[in-house]
Design a protein around this ligand. Structure first.
Ligand code: ADE
Length: 225
């Protein structure tokens, strides 16, 4: 899967994609991430990519021209399944939305800044608008990193079997059950006996019950969906 991420603060995106699972996914050739500096498409030699809002008001608005030009360059090279705009007023991200994106081949993620992008960008170029939660970030970059990370970890082959994404919270509509590792007894704090029993089916049943219990306690809304 290929990600083209458009940003006016590309440095913010260096670290999230250079470690651990996401780094390995790129090394394995399963994921290709390209970060594009919107300022390279500035309308003048001062690097301008934003301007005052028509009608007045505080905050700058990202201009349509640099975005249009960058998108045109990308689209001339390949077809895209989605142009995703990161914005607090978009659809709230959840595992189902992540799963759908993970089936795509080429996606563009546009990171907003300041007061956001000129509305015509949203009307004419953007196909999906995504929020990572009901709070406002200083820009779309951290949201883009969250979205890309969530997608990448479920691409087949990215995780090995031991850490299979199928047992993640939300993947079956439930929160994940509790997990334990050695030692079995730490200062009197004991691991549930069932997990030491070696009885596979019983352990699976216990995990399922724990997942239901945890979901009931913490996220009853998930059980009613
Ligand atoms: N940009 C600013 N806030 C955001 C949010 N909550 N989700 C996605 N992009 C954003």
């Amino acid at each position: 899967m290929r990600f083209d991420i458009i940003s006016c603060q590309p440095d913010l995106l260096d670290s999230p994609f250079s470690h651990s699972i996401v780094k390995r996914a790129q090394q394995k050739g399963l994921v290709d991430i390209h970060i594009h500096d919107l300022r390279k498409y500035a309308i003048n030699k001062h690097g301008q990519i934003d301007d005052y809002a028509f009608g007045g008001g505080a905050g700058m608005v990202m201009m349509i021209e640099p975005i249009d030009k960058l998108l045109s360059d990308l689209k001339a090279e390949r077809d895209y399944d989605a142009v995703i705009y990161m914005t607090p007023d978009g659809q709230t991200l959840n595992q189902q939305v992540v799963n759908q994106f993970s089936l795509m081949r080429n996606v563009i993620i546009l990171c907003g800044h300041y007061k956001g992008v000129d509305e015509r960008v949203r009307q004419h170029y953007v196909t999906h608008e995504i929020s990572i939660g009901d709070y406002v970030l200083s820009g779309g970059e951290l949201g883009a990193a969250v979205l890309a990370d969530a997608i990448i970890r479920i691409i087949p082959g990215v995780l090995n079997d031991e850490s299979s994404a199928l047992t993640d919270s939300f993947q079956d509509g439930l929160l994940a059950p509790p997990v334990y590792t050695r030692p079995a007894d730490y200062k009197g704090m004991k691991v549930p006996d069932i997990l030491l029993s070696g009885d596979g089916p019983k352990i699976e049943q216990w995990r399922f019950e724990q997942a239901i219990e945890r979901t009931k306690q913490r996220r009853p809304d998930l059980l009613n969906e």
